[in-house]
Design a binder for this molecule. Structure first.
Ligand code: ARG
Length: 397
C-alpha cells in the first residue's frame, strides 16, 4: 500500500507517518506546501520525514498559485465567514487537496492521508475536495481513528524516535499561511479568558504600537491589489509586506465565537493583518465604483461564497457560478484607497478611481450643485405612494 500524506512537520503529522507504516504496512510519501508559513524550513521538514521512514518527500512552493487562484478570489468576494473571519485556513485546504490528489495519481498511490481531527472543519474540507477530484482514492485520517491523548501521543513519539518539537508544551493548535494565522485550543477554550500576549506572532499589542499613525495607499486593478504606496509589487510580496506593516500597528487580531460545520461552537483567535486591510480597502473601492444595486446584491453573493468556502464546498458548482458573477462585477473595481494605520485600526481616509460613480456636481451642497432639487418632491410622492395608500386604508378600516 502506498499513501501520500499531507505533512506539516508537527507532532501529529509526524505520528501519522509512523502510524500509517505500522497499521497499513504502507510506503508513505509526504507532501509539504509552502504557503507563507512563518519560521519554517522545508529542507528540515523533509529530513524529518525521511528520518521517520518516508520513502519520498515532496515540498512545493505554492504561494503564487495560492494567491492567484484562491486568495484573489477571496478578495474579490470580500470573503468573511460570520462577518469576521477571512477564511484564511479554509481557503488553503482545496489547494493542499489538489496537490495530494495530483501526487497520488503520479505516484500511483492507493490512498491519501491528512492529520485533521474528527470534530474540526478541516477534515470536511480535505475529504470533500479530495473526493470531488478523485473519488477512487481512499482517504485515511489517522487522527480520527487513533485513540491517543496528548500524553499518550508524546509517549508514543518518544518510544518511536519521533522528535518532539520544543513547543510541544504549547497547548495551542496553530495553522498559518500568508492570508492569516489561526490559533485555537488550550486555555483559549474558556471563552471568557483573554488570550495571553504570547500567542500572537504577527501583530503587536495595542500597548506596544507606535504613537505615530502610518498612511498607506493600496491600488487595485479589477479587484486585485497591485500596488502599495505607488509601487507595483508582486502580490505574494505585497501581502507578505502588508502583514508586516499592518501587524506592527496591531491590526488584524480577531477573537470570536465561531459556528463550525459539524455544529459545535468554538472560540477562535486569528491574526490577519494584510487580509483585514485589503478587504476593508477593497470593499470601499466597490462602494465607489459599483452601483447601489450591485453593492446590495453582491453582499448576498459574497456571504454565500464565504460560507461555501468555510463549509468545505469549494468544488460545488455553485462556487464557480458565483465566481463568474463576482469576476464580472470587478470590471470597474480599479483605483486607490488610502488608509491610516493606527493602534489596531485600519481607517479609510480616502479613495479614488477613474471609474468612480461619485459625481461631485450631484453630491455637493455648495454653488457647484447641478442637481435639480425640485425633482425631489415628485420623487418622494411616488416613492412613498404604496405606504400612503396603505396609510389611508388603515384610517378607513
Ligand atoms: N476555525 C478555523 C477554520 O475552520 C481555523 C482552523 C484552524 N486549524 C488548525 N489546525 N488549527 O477555518
Amino acid at each position: 500500500m502506498k499513501i501520500v500524506l499531507a505533512y506539516s512537520g508537527g507532532l501529529d503529522t509526524s505520528l501519522c507517518i509512523k502510524w500509517l507504516q505500522e497499521k497499513y504496512d504502507a510506503d508513505v510519501i509526504t507532501l509539504t506546501l509552502e504557503l507563507g508559513q512563518s519560521k519554517r524550513d522545508l529542507k528540515e521538514i523533509e529530513g524529518k520525514a525521511l528520518d521517520l521512514g518516508a520513502i519520498k518527500t515532496y515540498s512545493i512552493d505554492a504561494r503564487r498559485e495560492f494567491v492567484d487562484d484562491y486568495v484573489n478570489r477571496a478578495i474579490k468576494a470580500n470573503a468573511m465567514y460570520e462577518g469576521r473571519y477571512p477564511v484564511s485556513t479554509a481557503i488553503a485546504r482545496p489547494l493542499i487537496s489538489k496537490y495530494l490528489v495530483e501526487i497520488a495519481e503520479k505516484e500511483n498511490a492507493d490512498a491519501v492521508a491528512h492529520g485533521s481531527t474528527g470534530k474540526g472543519n478541516d477534515q470536511v474540507r480535505f475529504d470533500c475536495s479530495i473526493r470531488a477530484l478523485n473519488s477512487r482514492l481512499r482517504v485515511i485520517t489517522p487522527v480520527r481513528e487513533w485513540k491517543f491523548t496528548r500524553d499518550s501521543a508524546i509517549r508514543y513519539a518518544r518510544e518511536n524516535g519521533i522528535p518532539i518539537p520544543v513547543d510541544v508544551e504549547s497547548p495551542y493548535s496553530i495553522d498559518e499561511n500568508l492570508w492569516g494565522r489561526s490559533i485555537e485550543s488550550g486555555i483559549l477554550e474558556d471563552p471568557m479568558v483573554e488570550p495571553r500576549e504570547e500567542i500572537f506572532e504577527w501583530t503587536r499589542s495595542i500597548e506596544n504600537c507606535s504613537d505615530e499613525a502610518e498612511y498607506i495607499e493600496i491600488e487595485f486593478e479589477e479587484g486585485i491589489p497591485k500596488k502599495m504606496n505607488g509601487k507595483k509589487m508582486d502580490e505574494v510580496k505585497l501581502i507578505t509586506k502588508l502583514n508586516e506593516v499592518a501587524g506592527m500597528h496591531g491590526i488584524g487580531r480577531i477573537d470570536m465565537i465561531e459556528d463550525r460545520i459539524i455544529g459545535i461552537k468554538s472560540r477562535e483567535i486569528y491574526e490577519c493583518p494584510a487580509a483585514s486591510v485589503i478587504l476593508e480597502a477593497h470593499r470601499e473601492l466597490e462602494r465607489l465604483t459599483l452601483t447601489r444595486e450591485e453593492n446590495l446584491f453582491k453582499e448576498i453573493v459574497d456571504k454565500k461564497w464565504a460560507e461555501l468556502v468555510y463549509f468545505g464546498l469549494w468544488h460545488d458548482p455553485l462556487r464557480e457560478d458565483l465566481d463568474a458573477f463576482i469576476d464580472k462585477s470587478q470590471e470597474f473595481v480599479s483605483g486607490s484607497v488610502r488608509l491610516k494605520l493606527f493602534k489596531g485600526n485600519a481607517i479609510i481616509v480616502g479613495r479614488e478611481s477613474e471609474s468612480s460613480l461619485y459625481d461631485l456636481g450631484l453630491a455637493t451642497y455648495d454653488k457647484r450643485d447641478v442637481f435639480k432639487h425640485e425633482f425631489g418632491e415628485g420623487f418622494t410622492r411616488l416613492w412613498g405612494l404604496p405606504s400612503e395608500i396603505a396609510g389611508r386604508r388603515r384610517k378607513r378600516c
